[in-house]
Design a binder for this molecule. Structure first.
Ligand code: SAH
Ligand code: SF4
Length: 339
């Protein structure tokens, strides 16, 4: 059965066939602009609220919600109808509120240092399962307004391209979050980057680079063997040329693996022609990868080494680490517990 956010406006009208057209619009607006559940749509007759709830069940069932001590980061663990589990993270900042959403249950890319990769792939998420994560995050953010979306949760968005793009369009239109405030993060799936470059929406792109030589990158990010750095750079260039948007590279700093001065020099040489911005994230601990993240002093030096070579870099803090909500830490603990 399709879930609440799996239907587009015209499909909803069809589903509510016997109702006047304005009712379908009211329901669609209530779900999206109002962020309301059917039972909260007090502008509808009670019988219609019940019909909508029955025809369009929720896709996500909250299993657990954890909040950091400072209250600024919340992780939601959701169970899906077939028992799969996903996670969504909400992060409040002074100037924005960002939701980090999942695009797949698990991930097939097998990056060694990533908890989702370590757990393996389960299945694609539907459009509704992606959009509902945004709605749940937006509800939880209130009274603040959810302003930014990053596809940096579980899964590889470019491996679920059509559904991710359909979700982007819904987030963009009915949910009212501009394409410029939405970022898709990819491990470097070249055909996906080229497709994104050709879309009318100016969605932001982050590429998880982590190494700027093929020998190291092959080890950290196995898909590099299929789409090596040369091919990846060409795709990034096509994206930048087509969209005139600034690209960012994600770089998880791993002690002794990709944090030496020679690594900074290779990264600078790779990023410079693309005028890419670099986001540095000290590696977060995960159970299946025993190498440590780079310490603060070396992180600062690495940043300076990049800046000396003309590359702008931001150190991203490890938001939500204490609740396993930080980058790369999302895994399916609830699934293990529940099965
Ligand atoms: N599959 C996509 C998006 C989800 S991962 C991608 O790989 O880009 C989101 C980000 O978290 C990526 O940049 C990924 O490389 C990074 N990441 C994964 N494991 C991490 C870890 N243990 N510490 C820090 N960042 C990590
Ligand atoms: Fe998948 Fe991204 Fe994790 Fe790699 S880093 S395993 S692509 S979620």
């Amino acid at each position: 059965m399709r879930s609440r956010y799996d239907v587009e406006a015209d499909e909803l009208a069809e589903l509510l066939g016997s109702e006047p057209a304005f009712r379908a619009r009211q329901v669609f607006d209530g779900l999206h602009r109002g962020l309301r559940r059917p039972e909260e749509m007090t502008d509808l007759p009670i019988s219609l609220r019940t019909t909508v709830a029955e025809l369009l069940p929720a896709a996500l069932h909250a299993e657990a919600t954890s909040v950091t001590d400072d209250g600024e980061t919340t992780k939601f663990a959701f169970r899906l109808d077939d028992g799969a589990a996903i996670e969504t993270v909400l992060m409040g900042y002074r100037d924005r509120v960002t939701a980090c959403v999942s695009s797949q249950a698990g991930c097939a890319m097998g990056c060694s240092f990533c908890a989702t990769g370590q757990a393996g792939y389960r299945r694609q998420l539907s459009v509704g399962e992606i959009v509902e994560q945004v709605v749940e995050a937006a509800r939880a953010a209130q009274p603040r307004r959810l302003s930014n979306i990053v596809f940096m949760g579980m899964g590889e968005p470019m491996a679920n391209y059509d559904r991710v793009l359909a979700a982007v369009r819904r987030i963009n239109g009915p949910l009212g979050i501009g394409a410029r405030k939405i970022t898709i993060s990819t491990v470097g799936i070249v055909p996906g980057i080229l497709r994104l470059a050709a879309e009318p929406e100016e969605v932001g792109l982050a590429v998880s680079l982590h190494a700027a030589n093929d020998v190291t990158r092959d080890k950290l990010v196995p898909i590099n063997r299929r789409y090596p750095l040369g091919m990846l750079a060409d795709a990034c260039e096509a994206y930048v040329e087509a969209t005139h948007r600034r690209l960012s590279f994600e770089w998880a700093l791993i002690d002794g693996v990709n944090d030496r001065p020679s690594d900074a020099a290779q990264l600078a040489a790779y990023a410079r022609p693309l005028r890419a911005h670099v986001n540095l994230i000290p590696l977060n601990p995960t159970p299946g990868y025993l190498v440590r993240g780079t310490g603060p002093a070396r992180v600062a030096e690495f940043t300076q080494e990049l800046e000396a070579q003309g590359i702008t870099a931001t150190v991203r803090n490890t938001r939500g680490r204490e609740i396993d909500a930080a980058c790369g830490q999302l895994a399916v603990k609830v699934e293990l517990k529940g099965s």
